[in-house]
Design a protein around this ligand. Sequence first.
Ligand code: INI
Length: 154
Amino acid sequence: MATADRNLDGSLLSLAVLVARFNEHVTSRLLEGARQALGRCGVRRHDVFWVPGSFELPVAALQLARSGRYDAVVCLGAVIRHETDHHRYVAGQAAAGIQRAALDTGVPCLFGVLTCDTDEQALARAGGAQGNKGSDAVEAAIETANLLRSLRAE
Ligand code: INI
């Protein structure tokens, strides 16, 4: 089955990368993957910002998206299950809030937040055997921002 080509040329784009410090041993690896993808795709400009945890990603994403400075906001976080169900609320609100920031502003806000049962699962998806969700989120941001640019130009 043929798949449509992805436009991963970042040379006209300015991106914000927002990183949650909670579970930093994982999120720093997501950021590393994001930086590699930014370089590979030739992104013109990017700025990195940190928030305390994934729960704070939406409010910061909304402000960055509203600023008019960025074509997309890439949100990176790692929600890992602990003994209580706290993680459920954090992950659910992060997902809903990031999507709301995107829909309220029309600026793509990407969900590069891992939601895992264990540290091992998270590390496997942060540059381990299962790839790097940070790189994936940057590529998705570039593809979506380029699509929106081309739709505006029509
Ligand atoms: N934040 C995360 O990014 N990941 C988690 O796994 C997590 N857990 O499980 O507690 C987490 N909690 C902190 C949360 O994001 C907020 O920073 C905190 O609740 C203050 O609002």
